[in-house]
Ligand binder design. Sequence first.
Ligand code: FMN
Length: 494
Amino acid sequence: MGCMDLRQWIELLEREGEVRRITAQVDWDREIGTISRKVLEREGPALLFENIKDYGNARGRKVFSGGIGTRKRLALALGFPKDATNAEIVQYVMKKNQEQIPPVLVPTGPVKENIVLGDAVDLLEFPVPKWHYLEGGRYINTYACIVTRDPDTRVQNVGIYRGMVGKKNSIPTLLIKGGQHWGQHFAKYADRGEKMPVACVIGWDPIMGFLAGSPLPAGVCEFDVLGAYRDAAVPVVKCETVDLEVPASAEMVIEGFIDPDPASYETEGPFAEFTGYVSDLPTPRPTIAVTCVTHRDDPILRGTQEGNMPGSYSENAVISSAQRAGIAWNILRSNGVPGVLDVYADPVTCGINIYIKIKKQFQGHAKQVANALWGNSAGQGRYKHVFVFEHDIDVTNYQQMDWAIAYRVNAGHGGITIFPETFGHALDPSTPLEERNVEQLGSGTWNRVLVDATRSWKFQRRPEWNNERFPPTVEPSAADEQLVIDRWAEYGLD
Ligand SMILES: Cc1cc2nc3c(=O)[nH]c(=O)nc-3n(C[C@H](O)[C@H](O)[C@H](O)COP(=O)(O)O)c2cc1C
């Protein structure tokens, strides 16, 4: 379908009745965030705020949020009809994540309509929301796709990482050195004693965030994969002050450098995070010193309400439920794990819990599933709890899974395995703060759990049980059931 910029995406959503323009005046200070939360609770439309207090005549006047806030809108972004099934989307993601079309460099584009350099930069000329009352500041990077370059290979990476307005031209960030790709780049620049160039791309094709917010393998540039999703090369332009390339029709690009010297760190956090908790403390963190902002005329600041709770989940959740399931399934496939029939990540945990359905082929099968997921870098911040079920259990159905956990898991006989002190997410509130100090440890720490809810093969087959290892269920025999169905009307039960 070709790449689309944010304005074309909003037009498409408008045609589908999936976006509301809010023309009533709203406050950037918590009101935009709270409206977004209430709309998420209703699985409501994407929101374009056009009249923001204090910003009537500012450089930036609009905020757009919720573009992929529901599974229907994710389907539209991917070019599917709104009612595409989970399986259709996950299978498509598994295929497309592995294809690439490199970007094409173009001389200029709408993102260069305005160029603000050096001291003239003031990030608060844009209507940056304070999304939640407990947050440490105004978060400009909630859906910004941050471009960095591996200094050894020169391959670019694009990832979504949060960032708060610090000074008028600085963005302290949560930068996790030990797993995420910009963290790996940062460690390399630090070893060379160099600052890391970054470009924060705000507002473009909806697939950009879908890919940037997901762990594609190291060395794969998300713009190349985006080209494959759209079957068209991404048109990119060179940045003004950093050696990076960014989409030519993005709404805004914030350029700058991150200095590895802790003396340059500014205080960041807390943030109302994807876990559903405001889960860390204000901490001095690596900081983008902004050197330039380029933007379109009348730029739209793309942002998102990030936290997830039952009945109220975010764009990250919708993205993760498709991507984290697809990525897990690809990991299992490439590691040769046999018999995988389905993989499900419920939006509410963004893939922290993952449910796998297999056709069991040997006693340690579930452990092979967990080993593969826990050994892959994509599992660093996800797949903390792995649940494995057999082919007769629907892994999107909690009642079926609960029943299997109740009667197929025997914790004393290998049904539950704990893999202690592995790498893990830094924002999980169940990990004590000192075990998720990324400055000291490089990443968070997790005690991971496998729940093997498959029937054990340690039991002997028994003739009384139709030669199976497990007893029969209480379901009537097929013949008995047919007889009753045939006579149903006679019983007066219709
Ligand atoms: C909407 C959205 C917001 C996200 N926000 C953050 C964030 O603030 N900090 C973070 O570390 N990861 C965040 N993530 C997850 C990362 O983007 C994800 O781990 C991704 O794999 C990072 O890119 P990388 O694998 O190239 O490092 C977010 C994901 C999405 C979809």
